[in-house]
Design a binder for this molecule. Structure first.
Ligand SMILES: Cc1cc2nc3c(=O)[nH]c(=O)nc-3n(C[C@H](O)[C@H](O)[C@H](O)COP(=O)(O)OP(=O)(O)OC[C@H]3O[C@@H](n4cnc5c(N)ncnc54)[C@H](O)[C@@H]3O)c2cc1C
Length: 399
């Protein structure tokens, strides 16, 4: 049996590891757009911070692939898929027949469609090559502006600072950081902590309208016509699944390549896993779901009875060394809800717990110990009611 995989990220290598546990008579051809074999993508942040090297985050050598009957084709993309005849075409002109084809080709950064987004010194961060480009500006007193105050934008800013850069700004469209995970008061504490810990400037409520410059970046302009100076701009404004090949092949695509509970696409013998896949209405874009999908697919293709029914998104997060918890109903909008919140921006601490109908239904913590955060998590997950034991945390008030 011949299986072809597009992509050599975490979903691809996890699948390869797992399938060999149960199946030995499969030959794999893995095509990767990148010039080097699999590396741990999230650990690119450590390289950006000068805390790791590419070798340290590259776990598998040629031998590892060989042992798994896999041939790795680097710098060679899948450019076309003929689903009817089960043939793919690569960027180097090869045409290969497959029995099974797997899209594991991830996503790419999304650039705001604004003037100047193609100027010199505008960057994104997705691959090791991107890291090298950003690092080429180190030590030259450059002004870095990161557009996007999500988890990745914050991580990047902290990494630049740890690498010795002193002039770093984050620009966020929303009026506070991490609006999906935090409320205003919690986000304020996070902002204060980041600014004091890493000397990062954070500009909130700013809609970027233009990158200023002739050939090279000179600044960033906002819709309110204010601007900041910049020598380097890094977009961290989300990702989009790499769906082009599937779309052209007539495979069902919405935000990502649509898959069912067996990770099947709409084409026979074609599957999709990881950042490129859409299950239900969800494209996850994180490592855990990619790994879960890869493991399930390995079982499906080994004729085991396995089903993917979606992943549970983790509610704990570590951003630039600061622990966060965000669980359940965090921003109560009904008058029947009571909540307690306690913030100490000097110490970088914030805790909030929400009660509805006599039960804990949501919580946020910023900067507290892992142990205390997990206490909050537990009482929400168990739907506990305010008792004397827990009252040490809370002094409930009407919202
Ligand atoms: C800097 C950074 C930090 C991150 N930190 C975290 C984190 O802390 N936690 C977390 O959960 N997630 C994190 N993520 C997201 C995480 O890396 C992705 O969710 C994960 O890598 C997805 O794996 P994947 O296998 O689906 O795709 P990818 O890792 O994107 O791999 C897909 C590969 O396919 C290649 N490719 C694309 N098109 C083709 C084609 N046509 N033919 C052949 N090859 C192709 C791509 O070049 C790429 O190498 C981070 C991402 C980045 C960039």
């Amino acid at each position: 049996m011949h299986t072809i995989i597009a992509g050599n990220g975490v979903s691809s290598v996890t699948f390869l590891k797992e399938i060999k546990k149960t199946l030995d008579d499969v030959e794999f051809d893995i095509f990767s757009e990148e010039v080097r074999p699999f590396y741990w993508r999230p650990r690119l942040i450590e390289i950006l911070a000068n805390e790791a090297t590419i070798d340290e985050i590259t776990p598998y050598n040629e031998e590892w692939y060989k042992k798994r009957n896999a041939k790795l084709h680097l710098s060679e993309k899948i450019i076309k898929l003929d689903a009817k005849n089960q043939i793919v075409e690569t960027s180097k002109g090869s045409r290969l027949k497959y029995d099974v084809f797997i899209f594991a080709n991830g996503s790419k950064p999304f650039l705001l469609p604004i003037k100047g987004n193609n100027l010199k010194n505008v960057h994104v961060l997705r691959t090791y090559d991107d890291v090298e480009k950003i690092k080429s500006h180190y030590g030259k007193s450059k002004k870095f502006v990161i557009i996007g105050g999500g988890v990745l934008g914050i991580e990047m800013a902290a990494a630049l600072n740890r690498a010795g850069e002193k002039n770093i700004s984050i620009v966020e469209f929303f009026p506070y950081l991490l609006p999906r995970q935090l409320d205003k008061a919690g986000a304020f504490v996070l902002k204060e902590s980041l600014e004091s810990k890493y000397q990062i400037r954070i500009l909130l409520g700013k809609a970027t309208s233009k990158i200023i410059g002739k050939d090279e970046v000179e600044g960033v302009e906002f819709s309110d016509k204010s601007s900041v100076e910049a020598d380097v701009v890094i977009f961290s404004t989300g990702v989009r699944p790499n769906v082009e090949v599937a779309k052209e092949a007539g495979i069902q695509v919405e935000k990502g390549i649509v898959v069912d509970e067996k990770l099947r696409t709409s084409a026979k013998n074609v599957y999709a896993i990881g950042d490129v896949a859409q299950h239900g209405k969800v494209v996850y874009g994180t490592v855990e779901p990619a790994v879960e999908q890869a493991k399930i697919l390995a079982k499906v293709l080994s004729s085991e009875n396995a089903k993917y029914s979606g992943s549970v998104m983790s509610n704990t997060l570590k951003v630039a060394g600061i622990e966060l918890l965000s669980i359940g109903k965090i921003d109560p909008d009904s008058g029947k809800v009571r909540f307690s919140s306690q913030g100490d921006s000097k110490r970088g601490l914030y805790k909030k717990i929400v009660v509805e109908n006599g039960k804990f239904v949501g919580a946020i913590t910023v900067g507290v110990s892992k142990k205390e955060a997990s206490n909050f998590k537990k009482i929400v997950q168990e739907g506990q009611s305010p008792t004397s034991e827990i009252s040490k945390y809370v002094n409930l008030e009407e919202d």
